[in-house]
Design a protein around this ligand. Structure first.
Ligand code: PEP
Ligand code: MN
Length: 264
């Protein structure tokens, strides 16, 4: 069902208020790895509005490698996130970690994110097949493209055709970067599937200085959009600060992404 053989026409998702994801639109989604506080959200939302970025990414349920790391503000944070985003015309993408959260989160999100650690959580994929909201599935930490497409097939065959795929880097033998951003995935996925393909250069390389160039490369490789981490003070971010852009860097990247997209 997710194959181009089944549907030739590219899927374009309409989030409302003129926000569309898929062929013909450059989707930009930025924001902190974790939602931290009301003042933090206020600042990042102003940054997004100033730069006409319509989607904010921010985690409230965080899958952390260590149980002692900050694990997110949970539903309380999401409700505030939603209230503030609505008032500013911003759409929300945030991670859902388990089946029981799907219903709880439903009314407060615009796009459900399935994280790399949950790409093959088939019960979660089944649950998301039953909702009427877009779902962005990240590539598994050591996942093949075929496995990513199979995960999408779970949701699609369950009845939810509103899907986005995300290349976020994979684990390889290379240790110089957090992950190895696999840009090969972009043209291959674009050929195999009609679904929109987004690149996450932040988790893909994990090093702030290199995030902008990898984002631009992602667009040139044919991605329909970029999702990246931005924070007013990355050094103080509750998670993933080392790969997070400050507002100056983010603004410059947005400008360059639009220029490069226009060249395609
Ligand atoms: C995230 O987007 O903050 C995240 C945890 O990403 P991933 O699932 O790709 O590691
Ligand atoms: Mn992160």
């Amino acid at each position: 069902l997710v194959s181009r053989k089944w549907r030739v026409r590219p899927t374009v998702l309409d989030l409302g208020d003129g926000v569309r994801i898929g062929e013909g639109n450059l989707t930009l989604a930025a924001g902190p790895c974790s939602i931290e506080s009301e003042p933090q959200m206020e600042l990042i939302m102003q940054h997004l509005v100033d730069n006409d970025v319509r989607i904010m990414r921010g985690g409230v349920f965080k899958p952390r490698s260590s149980p002692y790391s900050f694990r997110g503000l949970g539903m309380e944070g999401l409700k505030l996130f939603h209230q503030m985003a609505r008032a500013r015309g911003i759409k929300i993408i945030t991670e859902v970690m388990q089946v029981s959260q799907v219903e709880e989160m439903h009314d407060y999100v615009d796009v459900f994110q399935v994280g790399a650690r949950n790409t093959q959580n088939f019960n979660l994929l089944d649950a998301l097949g039953g909702v009427d909201k877009p779902v962005m599935i990240k590539r598994g930490i050591s996942g093949t493209l075929e496995e990513l497409l199979s995960s999408a097939e779970y949701v699609f065959s369950g009845g939810n055709e509103k899907l986005i795929l995300c290349e976020r880097g994979i684990r390889t033998f290379e240790t110089a970067s957090r992950n190895t951003l696999d840009l090969n995935a972009v043209p291959i996925l674009k050929e195999k599937t009609h679904l929109p393909v987004i690149v996450d250069p932040s988790h893909g390389i994990g090093i702030r200085e290199y995030v902008p160039s990898m984002a631009l490369a992602g667009v040139m490789a044919g991605a329909d959009g970029i999702i990246y981490e931005a924070h007013e003070k990355p050094e103080e971010a509750a998670s993933d600060g080392a790969q997070t852009l400050n507002f100056q860097e983010s603004e410059r990247l947005i400008r360059n992404l639009r220029k490069v997209y226009a060249l395609r």
